[in-house]
Design a protein around this ligand. Structure first.
Ligand SMILES: NC(=O)C1=CN([C@@H]2O[C@H](COP(=O)(O)OP(=O)(O)OC[C@H]3O[C@@H](n4cnc5c(N)ncnc54)[C@H](O)[C@@H]3O)[C@@H](O)[C@H]2O)C=CC1
Ligand SMILES: O=C(O)CCC(=O)C(=O)O
Length: 536
């Protein structure tokens, strides 16, 4: 993917284990650690950075992204990315990554700790005992052994909670629309619907992201349907539970206990209605706060971001396909070739292109095609519109309704490796092909049905003319009279017959950009059918 030639600059804007800064430095990045800034301060600063490493305190809004004119990647040292406007980041071509496993054990352990704390009312018993009381009779707890735990969300953290709860001899049921029956068997959990879960569970723990579907998943109605005496733990995201309804149902003793690590608004107001409610306990979003988890996520986010900024590798990105740091160097010349071929068809056909076919053959057919396709799209659309890169090009192509096909040929062709791009508009079809010589030197090898072999570099002119004697001389004189020097000259006859008297295709590299007057003069030469200035 995109590679930075100067030293990449990274900002760590949230409190993060120092290993992150160390890794960035070791990987050749300049790094600043500046935490606790206001959004305005971040907006003023962000323009100078290529990478932004965050936890949950920094909220990356479109305003911040708009000011982040150099930003290539945002790395979340953690799982939830609801503090990043991912659609806006994608539209601006910024990769968003997270570390999906680094803190999952820690967060699952926190959920189990909260569950046991609720079952035995440990926080309040502790407070009163240390205050000099001996309130033994006020704290009758419940055993968890033999009780039913209802998991809402059985992904990474939910699965770990299930295994720990099974160790405590609990029966685990789970509501997760994406949980397959096979996976449920593997986890040893019973898959149920949400209605069934709330009716049967003695304890409920939540482990979903906050989405439009999960917001208020435990709303007042669902909370009222819960088994009387239920205890609920949320170490996932605020907003999954209706906090006011939770307060009312704790007050009425329908719910025996609730433990929140996360709140709809963080930090919550000092007079939050749940504070002081009997049976309610909370922690300040501590789910991921262990030494082990913070080292894990810091190391992982820094390695991933450096892979991208230094080598072009992409891991755990939420808005682009993965590309390993080993694959990236092999793909880099194809990405460059794809961008050039895309740019060529984009310049020749303009924004009328409505479908694009990308074919790979020979050695190219062994590679991950997604980055090559993204490069062709970026090259093509960048010739019509600014701020396009490999991250936002596939999204913008989809928005435009561009039909994009990828074809991988097993056949052996004339070239060791070949990338062919065919763009169609309502009326025309444009086919170009390129190859790599010596592993990395790119060449255009076919255009308009004509075999040719040229670099696509600098200022060029593309000419289609009737193949007749004297034309090249007249063209040379026209350019010479205008003071335009020809650097390179490539000529081919159109396939398949390549007969004399048909059309010829010329690609000229010039030392300077041709003026509109020069192009008009070439257009007027006898036999000229098409002239187009190109630049790469
Ligand atoms: N308190 C804390 O400090 C931390 C909180 N978290 C939160 O925990 C959440 C879960 O993390 P992981 O398990 O790693 O994520 P995950 O992506 O592995 O699992 C999420 C699960 O939720 C399920 N899900 C999605 N929509 C659902 C719906 N409408 N109803 C029921 N299930 C649904 C998915 O199918 C998936 O299995 C994260 O999204 C994050 O917000 C994560 C780490 C630390
Ligand atoms: O970074 C943190 O402390 C919060 C972790 C978290 O919420 C997450 O990883 O989703």
């Amino acid at each position: 993917m995109e590679q930075i030639m100067t030293k990449p600059k990274v900002l760590i804007s949230d409190k993060m284990d120092p290993n992150a800064a160390r890794i960035f430095e070791e990987r050749g990045c300049d790094v600043d650690v500046i935490t606790g800034e206001t959004p305005e301060q971040l907006i003023a600063r962000i323009g100078e950075y290529d990478g932004l490493a965050i936890r949950s305190s920094t909220t990356v809004t479109d305003e911040i992204l708009a000011a982040a004119t150099n930003l290539k990647v945002i790395g979340r040292a953690g799982i939830g990315v609801d503090n990043v406007d991912i659609p806006k980041a994608s539209a601006r071509g910024v990769v968003v990554m997270n570390t999906p496993f680094g803190n999952s054990i820690t967060t699952a352990e926190h959920a189990i700790a909260m569950l046991l704390a609720l079952a035995r009312q440990i926080p309040e018993a502790n407070t009163r005992t240390q205050a000099g009381e001996w309130p033994k009779k006020d704290f009758m707890g419940v055993e968890v052994t033999g009780k039913t735990l209802g998991l809402i969300g059985a992904g990474n953290i939910g699965a770990i909670v299930a295994s720990r709860a099974q160790g405590l001899r609990m029966k685990v049921i789970a509501y997760d629309p994406f949980l397959t029956p096979d996976r449920a068997v593997e986890l040893g959990v019973e898959k149920v619907d949400l209605g069934m879960l709330v009716q049967r569970a003695d304890f409920i723990t939540l482990h979903t992201p906050l989405t439009d579907e999960t917001r208020n998943i435990l709303n007042r109605e669902r909370l009222e349907q819960c088994k009387p005496g239920v205890r609920i733990v949320n170490c996932a995201r605020g907003g999954l539970i209706d906090e006011l309804a939770l307060k009312d149902l704790l007050d009425s003793d329908h719910i025996a206990g609730a433990a929140l690590d996360v709140f709809a608004k963080e930090p919550p107001a000092a007079d939050h209605p749940l504070f002081g409610t009997p049976g309610f306990i909370c922690t300040p979003h501590l789910g991921a706060s262990t030494t082990e988890a913070q080292v894990n996520v810091a190391l992982q986010v820094a390695e991933q971001m450096a892979d991208y900024l230094v080598d072009g590798g992409v891991t755990n990105a939420l808005n682009v396909p993965s590309l390993s740091a080993e694959e990236a160097p092999r793909l880099r010349p194809y990405i460059a070739l794809g961008e050039k071929l895309g740019s060529l068809v984009g310049q020749l056909e303009g924004p009328d292109v409505n479908s694009l076919t990308i074919e790979v053959e020979g050695a190219a057919a062994e590679l991950n095609m997604k980055p090559i396709t993204a490069a062709v799209l970026a090259g093509m659309m960048r010739s019509w519109s600014d701020s396009i890169n490999m991250v936002n090009a596939p999204i913008l192509a989809k928005e435009r309704g561009l039909d994009v096909r990828e074809v991988r040929h097993g056949r052996e062709g004339n070239y060791h490796t070949l990338l062919r791009v065919t763009a169609t508009t309502g009326t025309r079809k444009r086919e170009v092909a390129g190859s790599l010589f010596g592993g990395s030197e790119m060449r255009l090898v076919e255009i308009a049905g004509t075999r040719i072999e040229t670099d696509l570099d600098g200022h060029m002119i593309y000419v289609v003319n009737e193949d007749a004697p004297g034309f090249i001389g007249r063209l040379g004189s026209t350019l010479g009279e205008a003071g335009v020097n020809i650097g390179n000259f490539h000529l081919g006859r159109r396939l398949p017959d390549r007969h004399r008297g048909g059309d010829a295709v010329l690609l000229l590299t010039l030392d300077q950009r041709p003026t509109p007057e020069v192009l008009d003069a070439i257009c007027e030469l006898e036999g000229v059918k098409k002239v187009k200035a190109l630049s790469f």
